[in-house]
Design a protein around this ligand. Structure first.
Ligand SMILES: *Cc1c(COP(=O)(O)O)cnc(C)c1O
Length: 550
């Protein structure tokens, strides 16, 4: 047993065993640091992802008969790290965080004491941290912290699922016994995340009962269309149960007008005498911008320039109404720069939880004891990681102002990127509003975005432009070790001249998430595109010539 005990941290806190763990940490940190290169995206060399790569992994895998020495375990782990993408200044693809140091430490503490966030008796640190961050962030967004509740869960996706479950149970408390009623309808923007799609599948509501609402030019939900579609459902005898208000769409950062959505919901409730419609703010992408809810743009203490201030002020006007939602989410592992998974689901009225909480008779192991008073029988998980500790550490280290600086930088860099991109390249168009994300689209010759928006191009013409962008995405994707851009095949939907079916627009994505992505880097980002585009145009026009002459 002595040999097995050596695999564990000490019981008595002796120096020797601590030094041993520290030396492992040190060698991991040192090796990873050695692999870092600010001019590359990856840590060391990327493995060759041949077609049989994963098959070979499957063939080779076996649990070793005898345990390996720790040094070898570390070597094996570091082999996995070889070629890993590392979020540095060359990463401009998606909302992938570089976990900040406080969050890494918070995470480490979580693992070292390894509390179970299911029950405070088993995980007191996480329980207190969860309650504390729920209160902190409730205050920030304008929920009453004495009536709100929150828990960390499986991502923005989990928050959508959890909110839909609450909506169903609130509307039909007997549904836990009898199953979900058949006439419930959910509404979301056509640009919303697929989280709701999966959730209507899994709750049994069914995809047929998920109604997609048209988006406006600014990528927010069209409220007339929402109202019309809800009234249509009511007229057919259906129940409008739930609206997903996206606060920052995944690809374009469109922000739904939640105040307008709430107004429509209340109008309909009043006119038709229907039950309150549940509104979940899907703020997985945008929720962090509530950190500006109380920023004073007049005195502007952080000295933001006018162009940045203008955008942030506009966000303030949208995000201050998030408090109208029945629930919302903070995905810290997106713009909050913490490790996966650190998502806090917040519910405005903790009373809702009683509809989904387990009866104490159903939880014989935990919870129903004289000791311990925090038992999350209402979560879909049983055992839960204490990721509230990670978020807590991050909030303490950044403070409101630290996050404001970080979030403002995303905007600053995007504004500079837009300016430089359109100055340096003529056949490009930017296809979304200023935000932490810039979507843009290239054209073989001059830009035709206005015509596309007006719906006067044919499907064939738009498909060709999509294909052009798709091919170019492959070209720059192959060079992603230099600068890694994102892309999307559904930036928005537009009409075609010769079809009733809306056409998806392909676009490239610039998402400067790293704190090392500053305005000084912008020329390099655009230079990369310019250089590759010139080459691509040359080679693709050669191809055309071969085609026409051949
Ligand atoms: C990312 C995202 C989600 C999903 O969040 P996860 O944390 O990845 O589960 C949901 N909604 C929106 C708008 C998102 O951007």
């Amino acid at each position: 047993m002595k040999k097995i005990q050596k695999l564990f941290p000490s019981m008595d806190g002796n120096d020797f065993q601590r030094e041993e763990i520290l030396s492992y940490f040190r060698s991991i940190l040192t090796k990873i640091d050695e692999l870092k290169d600010p001019n590359k995206l990856t840590l060391g060399e990327m493995p060759e992802y041949t077609e049989d790569y994963y098959n070979r992994v499957i063939q080779k895998a076996d649990v070793p008969k005898k345990g390996l020495p720790m040094e070898e375990v570390i070597q094996e782990l570091l082999k996995l790290v070889e070629g890993h993408r590392y979020v540095n200044r060359n990463y401009v693809a998606n909302a992938a965080p570089l976990p900040n140091i406080a969050s890494i430490i918070g995470n480490l503490v979580m693992v070292l004491v390894n509390g179970n966030n299911l029950w405070d008796v088993e995980g007191p640190a996480a329980a207190t941290a969860e309650i504390e961050i729920t209160s902190m962030l409730s205050k920030l967004i304008g929920y009453d912290e004495s009536t709100s509740a929150g828990y960390t869960t499986w991502g923005g996706q989990g928050a959508v699922f959890n909110s839909l479950r609450l909506a169903i149970a609130r509307y039909a408390p007997s549904s836990n016994q009898n199953g979900v009623p058949q006439n419930l309808y959910c509404f979301c923007s056509e640009l919303s995340h697929y989280s709701l799609y999966k959730s209507v599948e899994a709750t049994g509501i069914g995809v047929e009962n998920m109604i997609r609402v048209k988006a406006n030019v600014d990528h927010s939900m069209n409220l007339e269309d929402l109202k019309e579609k809800m009234e249509h459902v009511i007229a057919k005898g259906g129940i409008p149960l739930y609206v997903l208000a996206t606060m920052g769409t995944t690809d374009t950062f469109g922000v739904d007008d939640i105040k307008g959505i709430k107004r429509i919901a209340e109008e309909l409730e009043c006119t038709y005498g229907i039950c309150p419609i549940y509104i979940h703010a899907d703020s997985a992408m945008g929720g962090m911008y509530t950190f500006f809810n109380n920023y004073d743009f007049e005195s502007n203490p952080l000295l933001f320039k006018d162009n940045v201030k203008e955008v942030l002020k506009c966000y303030q006007q949208k995000f201050e109404h998030i408090k109208l939602a029945d629930s919302m989410v903070f995905d810290f592992h997106k713009l909050g720069q913490t490790p996966y998974i650190t998502s806090l689901f917040i519910i405005k009225n903790r009373e809702y939880l009683k509809y989904v909480d387990l009866d104490t008779a159903e939880t014989p192991y935990v919870g129903n004891r004289g000791y311990g008073s925090y038992h999350t029988g209402y979560t879909l998980e049983c055992s839960r990681m204490g990721s509230a500790l990670t978020i807590y550490a991050s909030l303490l280290a950044f403070g409101i102002e630290g996050y404001q600086e970080l979030l403002a930088n995303y905007i600053r860099v995007n504004i500079a990127f837009r300016e430089t991109l359109t100055k340096e390249i003529s056949n490009v168009v930017i296809t979304n509003e200023v935000s932490p994300i810039t979507t843009f689209r290239f054209y073989p010759e001059k830009t035709r975005w206005n015509e596309e928006m007006k719906g006067i191009l044919t499907i064939e013409e738009m498909t060709e432009i999509n294909q052009f962008n798709d091919d170019f995405a492959e070209v720059i994707g192959a060079e992603r070790d230099t600068v890694f851009y994102g892309n999307t095949k559904k930036q928005c939907l537009v009409k075609a001249a010769n079809s009733n079916k809306p056409i998806s627009v392909y676009a490239h994505k610039f998402f400067a998430i790293s704190p090392y992505s500053t305005i000084e880097e912008v020329d390099r980002y655009v230079g990369f595109l310019k250089e590759h585009l010139a080459f691509f145009l040359k080679t693709s026009s050669n191809k055309n010539m071969i085609l026409t002459t051949g």
